[in-house]
Design a protein around this ligand. Structure first.
Ligand code: 3PG
Length: 391
């Protein structure tokens, strides 16, 4: 794909889609990674003398104005990070926005209001896409995190003006693409998380392309149940019992190492430790549920991670938000931090876990995409990428 470096931007009005969908608590940003990661593109455009128009969604306001979801905190943070004033529009499109765009000088930055306040954003309305396009000479998509959405500001706009990738988008596609298309081996994929249904396609794909597949988190218990173990109150998707057995069969046929936990941490409550215990997979009591991988499993997984050349990790090993149940996820994060392998963290919860354990800077690449990196790992085409101009 063509990148922002391949085109002339000096003096041009550039519409940049970013993913400023950052976590907020009482109006304050709790993790500004996504904003910081877009700085290279924004600074590049400022230095080249472009007029920069930024657009992002925040949360899921469903086409209505939701006061708490205005982009005001993100704009303030961006201004701090850039060390210069950043203008903000209070609307998504319209006469007032046009006036603010007309007032931009070379190197100025304007942020539009949360694009999901407009009902046309998620429906990929062609009129809204045209209205976005009419504001600018060039579209730069730097929102890898939203690239799996075919919305007016991620996909529609690209049909009306020249469309190129931003530097973050380029980096994400480059790193994830290289890792999956031409992996260094042994390649270990770690798939965790709570629900089987969210990870079906990624497990399937990883069985095909990785050498070792490590399974953890709530989705493990569907495997245990399918194999005839008693799982007590653990999470289970009864509609996927046959499917998970097929996964194991397929891995075996392809000669892949497919690892499930050998011991687990159980508790009577998943929100806090109540009669917590460590048991083998045949020892889950009827009144308890699995909340983390056990110490033996942690050791086995760490050893596999240590002996890999590439590790791709998506999804926690247990309820890591609760400290008592975070040791398995912490051990996997620590093993990823310690290994000489190239480590790719597939965004979302695993990125949050690496951050929580202060190990984020020890990873080679942490994707800014949650759903987007998952779909990329599943081998799916991302509409926000497909719509960009080819070189
Ligand atoms: C994300 O946080 O994964 C992206 O910003 C996309 O958000 P969405 O799931 O609300 O489309």
């Amino acid at each position: 794909k063509k990148s922002v470096r391949d085109v002339d931007v000096a003096g041009k009005k550039v519409f940049v889609r970013v993913d400023f969908n950052v976590p907020l608590e009482n109006g304050a940003i709790t993790d500004d990674t996504r904003i910081r990661e877009t700085l290279p593109t924004i600074k590049y455009l400022i230095e080249k003398g472009a007029k920069v128009i930024l657009a992002s969604h925040l949360g899921r306001p469903k086409g209505e104005v939701v006061e708490e979801l205005r982009l005001t905190p993100a704009v303030a943070r961006l201004s701090e990070l850039l060390g210069k004033p950043v203008a903000k529009a209070d609307e998504v499109v319209g006469a007032s926005v046009q006036a603010q765009v007309d007032a931009l000088k070379d190197g100025d930055v304007l942020v539009l209001e949360n694009v999901r306040f407009h009902p046309g954003e998620e429906s990929n309305d062609v009129e809204l896409a045209k209205a976005f396009a009419s504001l600018a000479d060039l579209f730069v998509n730097d929102a890898f995190g939203a690239a799996h959405r075919a919305h007016a500001s991620t996909e529609g706009i690209a049909h009306h003006i020249p469309a190129v990738s931003g530097l973050l988008m380029e980096k994400e596609l480059d790193v994830l693409g290289k890792a999956l298309n031409n992996p260094e081996r042994p390649f270990t994929a770690i798939v965790g998380g709570s629900k089987v249904k969210d990870k079906i396609d990624v497990i399937n794909k990883m069985i095909e392309i990785a050498d070792n597949i490590i399974i953890g988190g709530g989705l493990s218990y569907t495997f245990f149940k399918a194999e005839g173990h008693e799982i007590g109150l653990s999470l289970c998707d009864n509609s996927k019992l046959d499917l998970v057995l097929e996964f194991k069969e397929k891995a075996k046929k392809l000669g892949k190492t497919f690892l499930l936990p050998v011991d687990i941490v159980v508790s009577e409550d998943f929100k806090s430790a109540v009669n917590m215990d460590i048991v083998g997979i045949d020892g889950i009591p009827a009144n308890k549920e699995g909340v983390d991988i056990g110490p033996k499993t942690r050791e086995i997984y760490a050893e596999v991670i240590k002996n890999s050349k590439l590790v791709v990790w998506n999804g926690p090993m247990g309820v890591f938000e609760v400290d008592d149940f975070s040791n398995g996820t912490r051990a996997v994060a620590q093993a990823c931090a310690d290994t000489a392998a190239y480590t790719v963290i597939g965004g979302g919860d695993s990125a949050a876990a690496a951050e929580k354990f202060h190990l984020a800077d020890k990873m080679n690449h942490i994707s800014t995409g949650g759903g987007a990196s998952l779909e990329f790992m599943e081998g799916k085409q991302l509409p926000g990428v497909v719509a960009l101009n080819d070189k």
